[in-house]
Design a protein around this ligand. Structure first.
Ligand SMILES: [Ca+2]
Ligand SMILES: [Ca+2]
Length: 196
């Protein structure tokens, strides 16, 4: 293998690795209807809703299923949907990039999306109105380092869902590092008190 070929092959391998780190969930393997939210746990993500149900909805459009959530009374698809990221074994995980499409099957009203850290802290919010069927609105969060544990989509009362969720590699949350840092800080504060 000469040097030029080696460089090309190396570049291809690096490119493939970068793409392989992303996981895409398009919900297309779900049959339309109710689902638990745990169907993709093996891929590092679970879904839940503040409403009463999650549903894979094709809504008789040409689209393959999207994910929507019903409100508590079950009459509308307008409840928040939260995706959480996990490591194998069920430990909380963090990623540095999340994106998904908003698909709007109803009238134009304001929706929002939020990302949260592992302690539930709000990191960023995006507000929008786009996403008409046939013209998906891309919502994208990119962080300088992996600190996204959850993303919540808050639809309006006018029927939006999400599709094609893509997220970067999920790494362990540094809980152990946090505990050690706390112990060091506490230890450092205690010594002067004893000396007084
Ligand atoms: Ca889909
Ligand atoms: Ca709408």
């Amino acid at each position: 293998m000469n040097g030029q070929v080696f460089l090309i092959v190396s570049a291809c391998i690096v490119g493939a690795d970068a793409r392989a780190a992303d996981t895409t969930i398009d919900f297309d393997d779900l049959l339309p209807g109710y689902w638990s939210g745990g169907e993709y746990a093996g891929q590092g993500v679970t879904f839940s809703t503040a409403g009463s149900f999650l549903i894979a909805d094709d809504s008789s459009f040409d689209s393959v299923p999207i994910l929507v959530a019903g409100s508590v009374d079950g009459s509308r698809a307008d409840a928040p949907i939260t995706a959480r990221f996990w490591r194998p074994g069920g430990e909380p995980g963090l990623t540095d990039a999340v994106r998904f499409n908003v698909i709007d099957f109803g009238g134009v009203e304001e929706w929002s999306a939020r990302i949260y850290g592992v302690g539930g802290e709000l990191l960023e919010t995006v507000v929008g109105t786009g996403g008409a069927f046939g013209d998906p609105h891309l919502v994208e969060f990119t962080r300088p380092s992996p600190d996204i544990h959850a993303v919540t989509f808050l639809p309006s009362v006018e029927y939006e869902g999400i599709d094609t969720l893509v997220f970067g590699a999920v790494v362990p949350a540094p809980a152990t590092l946090g505990l050690w840092a706390g112990a060091i800080v506490l230890g450092g504060k205690r010594r002067p008190r004893r000396a007084r």
